[in-house]
Design a protein around this ligand. Structure first.
Ligand code: CUA
Length: 330
């Protein structure tokens, strides 16, 4: 019974790995498709070779036992020729693998970008800046990446502290973000959907809680989203939210976070201008919900120990007003 359950778990895990939001086996873009192509070639060729090797080994043993022994020869010319052919085949296949990998690698770093984005990894979140030659068209968000389908984005990768690694398996391979050095990846998504990215280089205590929410939509939806992101933060819509804004600007919140269109201009933590329009909180650690937000503000070290956000001591009313304000930043 135990074995059956274990087997069922393994099968479920394997199936889960083949689809879903964070799988390189379900490619949703040109670059991930190029990697998947290499993977398919290698896995099927190597599996065939493995079975063939076992068959050849069995045949060689059989032949040695029967033919060679019976005829009393120490060298079997047929076996020698088979071995030579085998070496030629293996060398040929390895050369082919090298060529296929080289061509796939070239496809990963080419193309004319339609949009430029800069991602800066920090312990433990992602700063995402949409760049433009027109300064008024630039905006910053955090922990979410929106991309238009069938367009190529060039993503400049930087680090604000230690080495991290950018990895959205459904769209491309891994690329490190290194302090003092700029890397880049190209992403050309071909399928609408929500995908998950994850930091892929151990970067400290909350490495596992460093997720990136990636959404691919048609271009019109993307443009509408970008236009909304460009706008300053919406004004508080209720008296409690107004009080929350006052709390935000009076306390440590405003020294670390920016809310565009308000006096808050801190650059240490994520830009919160349209915080509530994101799907997650704390780089994927919590859902963007009122309760989660209240718990996060009350004790940020509980869900994500070691992160740089301190708990700001507030009265119950101030705290609830602050949640109202932040949940209104759509
Ligand atoms: Cu950042 Cu691991």
């Amino acid at each position: 019974m135990k074995t059956v359950r274990l087997l069922a778990m393994v099968v479920a895990l394997l199936l889960a790995g083949c689809n879903g939001v964070q799988s390189s086996l379900a490619p949703a873009g040109d670059q991930s498709a190029a990697i998947d192509h290499v993977w398919q070639i290698m896995v099927w060729t190597c599996s065939t070779i493995y079975l063939f090797t076992l068959g050849a080994l069995a045949w060689a043993i059989w032949r040695r036992r029967t033919v060679a022994m019976r005829e009393g020869v120490s060298r079997d010319p047929l076996l020698s020729r088979a071995l030579f052919a085998w070496v030629v085949l293996v060398v040929g296949l390895l050369t082919w693998f090298v060529a296929v990998s080289f061509l796939a690698d070239r496809r990963l770093h080419g193309g004319t970008p339609d949009l430029e984005i800069r991602i800066t990894a920090k312990q433990w979140w992602w700063q995402v800046e949409y760049l433009s030659p027109e300064p008024s068209q630039q905006f910053t968000t955090a922990n979410e990446l929106r991309l238009p389908r069938d367009r190529t984005a060039r993503i400049e990768l930087k680090s604000g502290d230690v080495i991290h690694s950018f990895w959205v398996p459904a769209l491309s391979g891994k690329e490190d973000l290194i302090p003092g050095y700029t890397n880049a990846v190209f992403l050309t998504p071909r399928r609408d959907g929500t995908f998950r990215g994850q930091c892929a280089e151990f970067c400290g205590l909350q490495h596992a809680h460093m997720a990136l929410d990636v959404q691919v939509t048609d271009e019109a939806t993307f443009r509408a989203w970008a236009a909304k992101q460009l706008a300053p933060a919406p004004s508080p819509s209720s008296t409690t939210a107004l009080r929350g804004a006052e709390v935000f600007n009076r306390t440590a919140c405003a020294t670390c976070h920016t809310v565009r269109g308000t006096p808050a201009g801190g650059r240490v933590g994520p830009d919160l201008t349209h915080l509530a329009s994101r799907r997650t909180l704390a780089a994927g650690a919590l859902p963007m919900e009122r309760d989660a937000m209240a718990k996060w503000l009350d004790d940020p070290q509980h869900p994500k120990p070691g992160n740089l956000m301190p708990a700001v001591p507030l009265s119950k009313d101030d705290s609830s007003a602050l949640v109202d304000y932040l949940m209104g930043l759509k």
